[in-house]
Structure formats: C-alpha cells, structure tokens
Design a protein. Structure first.
Length: 554
C-alpha cells in the first residue's frame, strides 16, 4: 500500500508543479544565460529544477545547488525556499524520503521566518505528504490539517493546494484503513476538482477513489474509477498498474499481464525504478505458472532495478545529491562557526571585564581598609599622648590595634597573591587571543579554498581550526581554574561539611601558595612534585578551612 501511495503522490506532485516542455526549457536556459546574479536568476534556476526534477534528477540537483547558493548570497529567502521544496520532490522521486523531509522542513522554516504565505502553504502540504510516505500518519494529518486551514481556493495555485491537501488527508486515512474518512476527504477533493476545473487532477482523484472501493471489496466500482482515470491520461504508470492488480485479483491473468506490461513500459520510460520494481514483480508472479522463462526475465528486471536503487552512488544523480549535501554541511558548519566565534569573543570580553572589575574591587577594598587603619592608628596615638594615665585602656587599645594590623597584613598578602594570580591568568589569555587571531586567518583561507572547490584543503584547514579551538578551550579552562582557586581562598567558610577530593584540594592549594610566593619574589622558582594516593575516596570536610590549613603549611 505504501508503495502505491508514494507513486500516486509523486504523480500528483508532478502534475501540480507542471510537466516539462522542451520549448519552455530552452527558453529558460536562454533566460539563464543572459540573466544577472539577482532574484530573477534564482527564480529561473528554481523553475529549471521544477522541469528536470523527475526525468533528469542530476540536472535538477545541478541547478538546485546554484539556486540555493545564489539565493543565500543575495539574501533572497523566497527563492531559497522554492529551490529547497523543488529539490525535495526530486529526492522523494528517487526514494530518498528522509532527505526529502529534511529539505521540506528547511523550506518551511525559511517560509515561516520570512512570512512567505504561498511557500509556507506548499511546504506544510509537502511535509504532511512526507510523513504519510514514512507511515507516520499522526504527524502527516497534523500538518495536512494545518495546510487545510491555510489553503485559499481563490486562484489556480490556491485551488491546487486545496486539492493536494484534501487528497493527502484522504490518502493517509486510506493507508490507516479508515475507509469512511478516506472516502469523505477523497470525495471532497474530487468535488473541488470539478468545481474549479482542475483538469490535471481528475485522473489522480479518480484513481484514489477507485483504490478505496477496491479496499472495500467493491471491485466493479473500483474498476470503473480506474478506467475513468486511464481515459484522462494514458501516459502514466498508476492507472495501468492498479487495473492490472485488479485483473489479477479476479483471476483474469491475460488482461492483468497486458495492463502490467503497459505499466512497466511507462515506468521504464520515466526511469522510475520503484515503479519498475512493482510492475516487474507483478509480471513475474503472473508468469510464474504460465511461462517460467518470462517469469525469470521479469525477475531479472526487478533485480536490476533494485540494484540501481541500492547502488545509486554510481549515478550522476547520487553524486549530485552528495555534492549538494556537502555544500549544505559546509554552509551549516560555517554558520555555526560564525555564531561560535561571536559567542567566544563575547565570553572572552565578559571574562576579561569580570576579572578586571574583581581585581579593581579587591584593590579598592584593600586601599580603603589601609586608610581606615591609618586613621585609627592616628587616633590611638593621640589618645595615648593625652591619656597616659589610663594604662589599662591604652593596653586594650594597643591589643586591638595589633589585631587590626595583623588583619591588614593578611589583606596585603592577599593583594600580592592577587597580583601573582593576575599574572598567571594573563598567560592563558594571551594563548586564547593568539589562537583566536590565527583561527580568523584560517577561516578566511577556508572561505577562499571553499570558493575554489578545493575540498581537501578545506578539510585540512578545518582540522587546524578544530585543533586551535581545542587549545583555546584548554587555556580558557586553565584561567578558569586559577580564578576559581582564588575565589575559593577568599570566600568565607560556610561551615558545612561536604564530600571533597582531598588530593585535588591539596594540589589546588599547593599551586595557589606557589602563585603567592612567586608574586612576592619574581626570581622564586621551584619544581612541584606530587605523589597522591589514587585509592583515597572523597571525605566529608569543610573544604575552605582545610584549604587554609594546607596553605599555611605550604
């Protein structure tokens, strides 16, 4: 059922977007040759995708790449959305359902972001059909009902959108075996066709109604509708194939063979390998007991078509798909890198500003405390001169002064430690800035090589950029660790015990003490050698208090 549903959907879409005419193709190619790189050129390229999307898929992808690239360069979202949606139909015809859905969702995102009503309606309908082809009928109906609410039957395109949406809902219900709902929406679609004289849709709509009657067991009605569909268009695969299956179902093998051959001929002419497989499988089954040689011959046709689909990597169409996917991947990588680069610069700026403000605050606080201490000492000296007789009071004041001097010395020590840590932070920040500048140059080289199409050089440069980003990350984490150590040292103890890695705590305060000594004596240098026991598990301690004990010991 899913195969035939997919075939019918592709048939409907081919009629909806229009059959290619050689004269129109030549006219478009001439217009393309004389056009400038503007919005009109994008629309011409998109129309060429539409003409080639079924019979010459590699040409569709060739023009599709140009259309998408140019639309992005000149910032023309309407053209980009149209090109992606036409390319999605080509992918669907080639059996690449997941890629078709991906392109349709991209087209829908662009249409919604830029308020493109027509492209949005088309994209929602196509997304719904994709989910139906992937047998996810709940999602299919979710999108198709949305499309039904948006559809406006006024105008040729609007009426076609309405028909395709109604037909998609009917097809989904048919696949779910909900025949009453399927018949209701399929009949609505056919009534719409008659009301707005959508002649190309008559055979498609009749074919769907015939399938519903067939599934209901109403074979005579099904045959009549298939016949009517064939009367409108004898050049397509589906009516012959459905009639052949119906003849086979009613044991009329000769008539079934005749119609199956007709279906196979049309599938081979359009190079629709999925249809070739379906028709040749049916013929092989029909000849199984009539003519073994012919059955074998049709089995060979089936195998050859399956091999073609399974080994599509050897075809121009698949190479075009791969090339398009690679360009899409590079475009997404470049977009992500630009966003990441801007984000990294913002983070670096914020980090630098935060460190500067922190150091300025610590220095300001120390200076204020020193000023207050000096003022207090001056007052105490005056009081000692004036009140020598009050020895006990003077002694008490001296003890207080002594305690304040000790605290002042501690804060002075913290200021020196801060200066040393600031120097340590500068080193990783220098690495971050240097590698960031190098990456900027490499990205410019990458853009030049990408424009030249030199994929190997692009990959090499991308690898260098990745390695530099890892270095930036390493040195950023190094600066972060230094700042955290300083903050941990200066933070007041919470008094709460918590599981702590004592090895990591000992190592952290060892290095913190080294920075403090280095700040006091620039010539001071030692080699830090540690030998921790890896078997020690985390223990419950007050990490700030134990850290200060370790710092004093060091």
């Amino acid at each position: 059922m899913m195969k035939t549903m997919l075939l019918t959907s592709l048939f409907a879409l081919s009629l909806f977007f229009g059959y290619a005419q050689n004269t129109r193709r030549d006219s478009l190619k001439h217009e393309l040759a004389i056009s400038k790189p503007d919005t009109n050129r994008v629309l011409v390229l998109a129309e060429l995708i539409n003409y080639y999307k079924f019979d010459i898929p590699d040409s569709a992808f060739f023009y599709g790449q140009q259309a998408v690239t140019l639309a992005r360069q000149i910032k023309f979202p309407k053209g980009e959305a149209q090109a992606l949606l036409f390319l999605s139909v080509t992918n669907s015809a080639l059996g690449n359902a997941s890629k078709a859905l991906e392109l349709r969702l991209k087209g829908l995102q662009i249409a919604e972001k830029n308020d493109l009503t027509e492209e949005k309606q088309r994209a929602i309908t196509l997304v719904g059909n994709s989910y139906s082809n992937l047998q996810n009928y709940s999602k299919a109906l979710f999108y198709l009902y949305q499309a039904l609410e948006l559809a406006d039957p006024s105008g040729t395109r609007g009426s076609s959108h309405m028909f395709l949406t109604l037909k998609g809902i009917g097809d989904s219900y048919l696949s779910m075996n909900k025949l009453d709902s399927a018949e209701h929406y399929s009949q609505l679609a056919f009534d719409h066709v008659k009301q707005y004289n959508i002649n190309w849709a008559r055979p498609v709509s009749l074919l769907t109604i015939g399938k519903i009657h067939n599934k209901k067991g109403e074979l005579r009605l099904a045959f009549d509708f298939f016949r009517q569909s064939l009367n409108y268009d004898t050049t397509v695969f589906s009516p012959y194939f459905e009639i052949a299956k119906l003849y086979y179902q009613t044991n009329q093998s000769d008539s079934a063979i005749y119609c199956a051959r007709k279906a196979l001929s049309r599938a081979q002419k359009s190079k629709s390998y999925s249809n070739i497989i379906a028709a040749s499988e049916l013929l092989a089954e029909l000849y199984q007991f009539k003519d073994a040689q012919k059955a074998i011959a049709y089995n060979k046709i089936t195998i050859a078509a399956q091999d073609t689909l399974n080994n599509f990597g050897k075809t121009n169409a698949f190479k075009s798909i791969t090339e398009f996917d690679e360009k899409e991947r590079l475009y997404e990588i470049e977009t992500a890198k630009t966003a990441y680069r801007n984000q990294t610069r913002q983070y670096a700026l914020l980090a630098g500003l935060s460190i500067f403000l922190l150091i300025a605050f610590i220095l300001f606080r120390n200076n204020r405390r020193k000023q207050r201490t000096n003022e207090l000492l001056e007052k105490q000296k005056q009081e000692i001169d004036l009140q020598r007789a009050k020895a006990e009071q003077t002694l008490s004041e001296l003890k207080t002064t002594q305690a304040q001097l000790i605290q002042s010395e501690k804060m002075a020590s913290l200021g020196e430690l801060t200066a040393g840590i600031a120097h340590e932070i500068q080193n990783p920040l220098n690495f971050v800035n240097n590698f960031s500048d190098v990456n900027t140059e490499l990205i410019e080289e990458l853009e030049l090589e990408a424009d030249k199409g030199n994929i190997d050089e692009v990959k090499s440069i991308a690898k260098d950029i990745k390695e530099n980003e890892q270095k930036i990350n390493h040195h950023g984490k190094r600066a972060d660790a230094i700042v955290k150590g300083m903050l941990q040292h200066s933070r007041a103890s919470t008094g709460q015990k918590e599981p702590t890695d004592i090895n990591a705590l000992a190592d952290e305060y060892l290095r913190l003490s080294y920075h403090g000594l280095k700040a006091k004596d620039k010539d001071f240098n030692v080699k830090l050698i540690t030998d921790f026991d890896p078997s020690i598990e985390k223990i419950n301690i007050i990490s700030q208090d134990i850290g200060r004990v370790l710092l004093n010991l060091y």
